[in-house]
Design a protein. Structure first.
Length: 462
């Protein structure tokens, strides 16, 4: 992390500046009285975004601090401040954390990866393809990116060693990125697989009352955000990091334990119910909660007795609850209309091309993600979607889905916390990850956006 000459991190300096601006606005808003609640809301949003974007404090502490300030400064009533905790996406994350810990304890991710990877004699190209496929498929099973990276990175590192790739070299880098980036980028096609998508869909429900089913979301994003992005990732990994392997040691075929079998039944059942929600209408969060209850049930013995106290980290739940609440506060106090008017003032929307407008929405989403990072971007994007929809004539649903297409096109590692975790678990270089991200982003902008446009036209979203 970059530091100043006094040793203070640049991120903390930026966070302090943002907090100072927010404090000034908040003081002015409090002095002016009740009619300036929009000013106080601006202060709260600037304060929240400056802390979330710079990671100056742990995210869960920032979320609690933001909600505390909102209550003490009378920015919004308690029922609005805590409304984020009523959204299904929050409980989807809560349940996903429990499922992830159970899978990690049982070694299920390791088993699945070894089983898939042990069936083919590997070259670099085959290894990259299989790692990306395995990472993508795990997004359907374990609904949290960081646990998936933690579970599956040992497989990529072991393969790199078995194939004779030097640590930090091209082949090594390609394999660890295939696993790490493969479990992050393409899985934005699965609503339960990434924190930013859960925040975005949760904010849609909070702000507009729009409930998107698991299968609907998959229909919108699986062909391009999922499959095409995975193909773009594989292509770039081959072009940028291909290296001739020198040796291959065979992995012993793993045997599934009783715990893994029972846990697989629970997860497969949840996946079937998720995929058929268009018929039964049960929210994905309640399906995940049911799976979590089965896992936590003492007699099921699918997780260790002390895991809930010792291994399950619920800080992301506070983080997401705070993020969703900020969006609700913005709507309640009319800040979404002000922010929408500001965006509309500076963006020259096309009057006759939905594709150009789709590009503009996507680029706006990418720009906001560069400042606020992917998990926090929905806070700013969802509230202005209705204004953009009115200005462009594109349906509200299509605007919201295009925003996801935009902020899932990450350019820099800091935009996605799982990418930072990826770098911390291997010897790959930051510059190489930036090169890969920029390359995949270029492919998505040149081909991915038009393909999404055509697909959404075909299915009636646009």
């Amino acid at each position: 992390m970059a530091t100043t000459t006094t040793g203070v991190s640049v991120s903390k300096v930026i966070a302090a500046m943002g907090a100072a601006v927010a404090a000034g606005l908040m003081f002015y808003g409090l002095q002016a009285g009740g009619e300036h609640e929009v000013m106080r809301t601006w202060a709260l949003v600037i304060f929240a975004v400056s802390l979330f974007a710079t990671h100056a404090l742990p995210e869960h502490i920032t979320a609690l601090l933001v909600m505390f300030v909102a209550l003490v400064a009378d920015v919004a009533p308690a029922n609005v401040v805590f409304s984020g905790f009523e959204v299904g996406a929050l409980w989807l994350l809560f349940s996903g954390i429990i499922i992830g810990v159970a899978a990690q304890e049982a070694g299920l991710g390791l088993y699945v990866a070894k089983k898939i990877l042990g069936r083919v004699r590997l070259t670099y190209v085959r290894a990259v393809i299989l790692l990306v496929i395995a990472a993508f498929l795990m997004g359907f099973v374990i609904p949290a990116t960081i646990p998936r990276i933690i579970l599956m990175m040992p497989i990529a590192l072991g393969l790199a060693q078995a194939m004779g790739f030097k640590e930090g070299g091209k082949g090594y880098t390609g394999l660890v990125f295939a696993m790490g980036v493969g479990t992050f980028g393409p899985t934005f096609a699965v609503v339960t697989a990434n924190l930013p998508t859960m925040v975005h869909v949760g904010a849609m429900e909070t702000v507009y009352g729009l409930k998107l089913s698991y299968s609907q979301y998959l229909l919108y994003h699986f062909p391009v955000t999922g499959i095409f992005r995975a193909l773009a990732l594989v292509t770039m990994l081959i072009l940028l990091f291909r290296e001739k392997e020198t040796r291959i040691s065979e992995e012993d075929s793993p045997v599934m334990t009783r715990t893994q079998k029972r846990l697989m039944v629970v997860l497969a059942s949840a996946l079937i119910i998720w995929g058929t929600d268009v018929w039964h209408g049960v929210h994905p969060a309640w399906v995940a909660m049911g799976a979590a209850i089965v896992i936590l049930w003492p007699q099921a013995k699918l997780i260790s007795p002390g895991a809930f106290k010792e291994k399950i980290d619920l800080s992301p739940v506070l983080y997401v609850g705070g993020i969703l609440s900020i969006g609700a506060i913005m709507i309640a106090n009319g800040l979404d209309k002000e922010l929408g008017a500001f965006v509309l003032q500076w963006v020259d929307w096309s009057t006759d091309s939905d594709l150009i407008n789709m590009y503009l929405i996507g680029l706006l989403s990418i720009a906001i993600c560069l400042v606020a990072t992917a998990p926090a971007a929905p806070v700013l994007l969802v509230p202005i979607a209705s204004q953009i929809s009115l200005a462009t004539g594109i349906s509200l649903g299509a605007v919201l889905m295009t925003e996801i297409l935009g902020f899932s096109t990450t350019l820099m590692p800091y935009q996605g916390p799982p990418l930072v975790v990826l770098l911390s678990m291997c010897s790959a270089k930051v510059f190489d990850l930036v090169r890969l991200n920029l390359s995949v982003a270029a492919v998505m902008l040149i081909l991915g956006f038009p393909l999404s446009f055509l697909w959404w036209r075909a299915i009636g979203l646009l």
